[in-house]
Ligand binder design. Structure first.
Ligand SMILES: NC(=O)c1ccc[n+]([C@@H]2O[C@H](COP(=O)([O-])OP(=O)(O)OC[C@H]3O[C@@H](n4cnc5c(N)ncnc54)[C@H](O)[C@@H]3O)[C@@H](O)[C@H]2O)c1
Ligand SMILES: CC(C)CCC[C@@H](C)[C@H]1CC[C@H]2[C@@H]3[C@H](O)C=C4C[C@@H](O)CC[C@]4(C)[C@H]3CC[C@]12C
Length: 369
């Protein structure tokens, strides 16, 4: 990569750049990567906010494309120095078929790697997921673990299976020769549950609360800790990794990093209430209102209904056996690997992350605020 602080020379491509995380990465790159000459935003669905970014000093190129189409990926990537591959099908609710999830997340990632090789793009940052590790199907807790903590990573759900396979492809591709003879340098970032402005599941919980007269009902014990990380800090980690991969290729190439910040360890619901309480919602119950066996029954019923109704309508409630197991299994990380390897420190404090997220909820349409 060229090294001039004055003359912007670099071309970045962000796949999935119009998604929840992708938008934060795109906006932050424009604000905080002075070496950027062109930013290519590749997504299946292009958002209208991209237009306003085109007025800035960096050339922003919007590319409507599909990662499952190898030729579209290669055409978009030609001449780029760095690719941040964040496009993915995030589905644990049964909206898409297992085959589609595999195609987008695994074949899509393979196409990105092949396009790097074909076009000579040397640096690849992949957005993986904590789910590559767990929670596993046995519900084993992962308590304040790090990248080296032993854990039996066994999955059955299509989403974590696809993320694990894709991550493996990315890590194995490290060191492959790209067009021109230089080695490909790859690494994978594993966010825990991301929150912040634009988070769809938070939006769903908020509207569900409004429908129940400003109340949400506790379903998960407060003692179960669920790892969460602010979207701005996840975006910042991607930008730092992309920036440092060249200089620290030997150290960082082929590595995985959990995404972390100072967000507190809490249960999924208690954590959400950090934002939803100041917006007028209440979480009812110090303990789960329904016994666990009944929740399992309801989740199973939902899964059955989803299957029965599939020919007529897509029924995709938040509660299903997989989401229940996720919310009920402690999974938290405690690590400083990203700081040691590339100097990461969270850009946003917990207080800033919280304030920004609250302001976003308060600005939502139909807000009780
Ligand atoms: N949201 C989380 O809590 C979380 C946690 C860990 C990891 N991740 C990972 O982060 C990445 C981004 O997730 P997100 O929450 O922003 O999801 P998102 O759905 O908001 O964004 C994904 C983007 O990818 C695009 N996309 C989907 N299929 C595509 C295709 N075939 N071709 C091109 N673009 C396509 C979508 O249009 C969307 O803009 C994903 O890879 C996901 O696995 C998310
Ligand atoms: C008991 C129910 C009422 C509560 C349901 C909550 C459920 C919708 C939440 C709980 C945990 C959430 C997942 C977790 O934060 C991590 C990830 C990893 C990421 O790669 C994609 C999103 C995902 C699966 C979250 C989805 C929503 C979950 C399952």
């Amino acid at each position: 990569m060229a090294d001039s602080a004055q003359v912007p020379t670099l071309v970045y491509l962000v796949t999935g750049g119009c998604g929840f995380l992708g938008e934060h990465i795109v906006r932050m790159l424009l604000e905080r990567e002075p070496r950027l000459r062109e930013l290519r935003v590749f997504d299946l669905h292009l958002s209208s906010w991209l237009e306003e970014l085109k007025a800035g000093p960096v050339q922003v190129t919007a590319i409507q494309g599909d990662v499952t189409q190898a030729h579209e990926v290669a055409a978009a990537m030609s001449g780029s120095h760095v690719v941040i591959h964040t496009a993915g099908l995030v589905d644990v609710f049964g909206k898409a078929s297992p085959k589609t999830i595999h195609k987008v997340n695994v074949q899509g990632t393979k196409n990105v790697i092949d396009a790097c090789v074909q076009t000579g793009t040397q640096y690849l940052v992949y957005t993986s997921s904590m789910e590559v590790v767990g929670p596993n199907i046995k519900g084993h807790p992962f308590y304040r673990g790090n990248e080296d903590t032993p854990y039996e990573a066994v999955h059955s759900h299509p989403y974590p299976c696809s993320k694990a396979l894709a991550e493996q492809l990315v890590l194995e591709a490290n060191g492959r020769k790209v067009n021109g003879g230089l080695p490909l340098v790859t690494c994978a970032l594993r966010p825990t549950g991301i929150y912040g402005e634009g988070h769809q599941v938070m939006r769903d919980f908020y509207y569900q609360g409004l429908r129940f007269g400003g109340r949400l009902f506790r379903a998960v014990p407060a003692s179960v800790e669920h790892g969460r990380v602010y979207v701005g800090n996840v975006a910042w980690m991607h930008i730092l990794v992309a920036r440092e991969l060249e200089q620290r290729a030997a150290l960082m190439g082929g590595q995985v990093y959990f995404c972390y910040d100072k967000s507190p360890y809490k249960s999924y619901e208690d954590f959400n209430m950090e934002f939803l309480s100041p917006c007028g919602l209440r979480l009812i119950g110090a303990h789960p209102l329904l016994p666990y066996w009944l929740l399992v029954l309801l989740a199973t019923l939902n899964a059955l209904l989803q299957w029965l109704l599939r020919p007529l309508v897509l029924y995709t409630p938040l509660l299903n056996p997989y989401t229940l197991a996720m919310a009920n299994t402690t999974f938290t990380v405690s690590t400083n690997k990203a700081q040691r390897h590339f100097g990461y420190k969270p850009l946003f404090s917990w207080e800033e992350s919280r304030t920004r997220t609250i302001q976003w909820v308060q600005a939502m349409e139909g807000s009780a605020w």
